[in-house]
Every structure is written in structure tokens, then in C-alpha cells.
Design a protein around this ligand. Sequence first.
Ligand code: GMT
Length: 380
Amino acid sequence: MKIGIVCYPTFGGSGVVATELGIALAKKGHKVHFITYSQPTRLDFFNENLFYHEVEIRTYPLFQYPPYELALASTLVNVIQYEQLDLLHVHYAIPHASAAYMAKQILKSSGVEIPVITTLHGTDITLVGKDASYEPVVTFSINQSDGVTAVSKDLKEDTYNHFDIKKNIEVIPNFIDLQKFKKQKKDHFKTAICPEGEKLIVHTSNFRKVKRVEDVVKIFRNIRQSISAKLLLVGDGPERNHIESLCRELNICNEVRFLGKLEAVEEVLSVADLFIMPSEKESFGLAALEAMACEVPVISSNTGGLPELMIDGQTGFMSDVGDIKSMSENALKILSDGRLAKFKAGALNRAKDFDVHNILPIYEDYYQEITENNHKSVAR
Ligand code: GMT
């Protein structure tokens, strides 16, 4: 198939899922065209089946806000027509689903029919999309999509609860490439950070409020009252300065390292003993799955889609959002001697259920179903 993919080309989970999906599809022989405002972060190599089309956003002194959605819709029209794409798959509803709708209508006026699939990832529904400033457009463009997927059952339910959606939503979870995300031998790295054999705790996120990075730091402070440990914070975002101040306040700066945005996060995860994800909301928790694939047990909240990924007592433990005491106690249970190996094995075992080789065929079948439905409705 010739497939167009629209996503945010950044480190965020939706962009990562979209890019990894495109890469996996290309490896199976599909022609995949990424249509984004810059080269997706993980698309940094050559593959004969992968193509990248940049959305050029022209600005003009009159525009206080450059109309990205129009530039995207116009690029979609051009690419779909010129490359004769069979299907357009947009990731993250805002503004990709409405730009896709616009492109679809423009193409229809010249006799070109393109089926559109929208994948809902989380904050496009649970945070931003719900806001009155976007809600009518989000509802409309989801209903106008030919196919809709959500990354967890919980997100599907949230979507039905908060929007007037008439479409069937297919649940297709996040997935992982176990060839890439696996425990690598990085002992030198571990020794450099933990010279005294300290336990290594890792958190990766975009440092938004919803990630509750403050809880990570407080849980770490509690862990350190019982065992020696170090904390690596990977990623960057609006909360970072506040978190640095908190570390100073708690007098733990020597034990905490901020690594910023990293491309090869699997290298850090390879030496981690524990991953912490105390999010307020998490539609799936791709970062936790990446950790689990590298044999790192997870302490998380029990919100959103996390209970669909985690197995309490096997992959780690879940607690209520904000329950720092319970998360700290659970972290110590895992890190205490003799138990860590069991949790590491449990984490990896569960990650295998989300192997890309299991999830990719679900997407391919869904693509098939949606394109066939589209052909039938055009023939009618
Ligand atoms: O986590 C973020 O804030 C980034 C966000 C995104 O859309 O880029 O991630 C969401 O999509 C991921 C991939 O489907 C999910 O694994 C994350 O759980 C989800 N984040 C939230 O729901 C907060």
C-alpha cells in the first residue's frame, strides 16, 4: 500500500508511535510518506520505502499566527495526488484530523477519494481536545474520519464520554521494537553514574504538569532515606526549572542528573533499576513500555491506560495518582535485595505482548478494512 502519515515530528509519544509504525510498515514493503513540518526525530536513516515531505509554512506580516493547518492541508492535497496514496493516517487529532478532512474534501472535488484514519493518542482528547476552544472541530473531524483508533480501551471510553462520537473506535495499543529496545551491556556507564553500586532510578518525559515530575523527585528523596540511589531525568519541558529548584530545596542535587532530550534512551534504560511514571493522566504509557522492554520494572500511577499495560506485582506496582507514600514503599519493595531480578523478568515478559510484530498486523488489517469500505462506498 501507499500510506501517508501525519504526526508531530518530535520526541513526544504520538510522534514516536507514528514514526515507528511507518518504519515497520516500510520494512514490510509498504511505501510510507511522512508529511510533517520537519524530519521526524527517529527517521534519520535511508530506506527505499520511506519518503519525507516537508510542510512549508509561509509567514506574512499580516499573520500573527501562521496558518499551519492550511499549509498542511495543501501539502496533503499535493502529496496524495502526486504520489497516488491509498490511505492517509493522521496521528493526534489536533489539528491533523481537521487538516485531513479539508484535504479529503478538496481532493473529492476533483474526483480523488482518499480514506482517512485518525489515531487518538491521549492529550488530544483528555486535555487539549476537551477544551471549548477546540471541542467542536475535534468532534466533527473524528466523526468525519473513515477510521478511528485509540491507543487504549480507557482512551476509547474517555473519547465517548467527552465527545459526541458516532464512529466505532478501534483500540490498537502502542507497540515496541524489541530489537531496538533491549537491555544492552553498558556497565561502564552504570559505573560512572553509580560508582558505589547505588540503585539507578530513571524517569523520561516531556516535563509537562500532567507527568507529575515533582512526585518523581519526592519518591526518590524517600527511597534515598533507606538505600543509596541516583536519579536520571531524561527529557525537557515547561516544568524543568521548577524541578531543578525542588532538587536544590531538598538538597539532593548531587544525586540527580538532568540529561535533557536523548535520542538513544534505550542506552540509559539498559542500566536502570527502576522507572517511575506517576502521571496524572496517561492514555497508554509508551515510556513505561520502553523501560519494561529494557528489563526495567515500573512504579506508576493507576490512571488512564496504565492498568492495560502494567501487571500489578509483576511488572512493578501501581498506586493512586499523587500517593507518593505508596509509590515510595513499592519502589523499596522492588529494589530490596532478591526481588529486583523477578520484577525485571516480569517487566520484559509483559513488554513482549506489545512486540511490534504482534501489533503491526492489526494496523494492516485495519487499513485493509477501511480502504475496502471506502472503495465500496465510492462504487455505490
Ligand atoms: O505523553 C505525552 O504528553 C506525549 C503524548 C503525545 O501524544 O505525544 O503521548 C501520548 O501518546 C503516547 C503514544 O500513544 C502514549 O503512550 C502516552 O500515554 C500519551 N500521553 C498521555 O496520555 C499524557
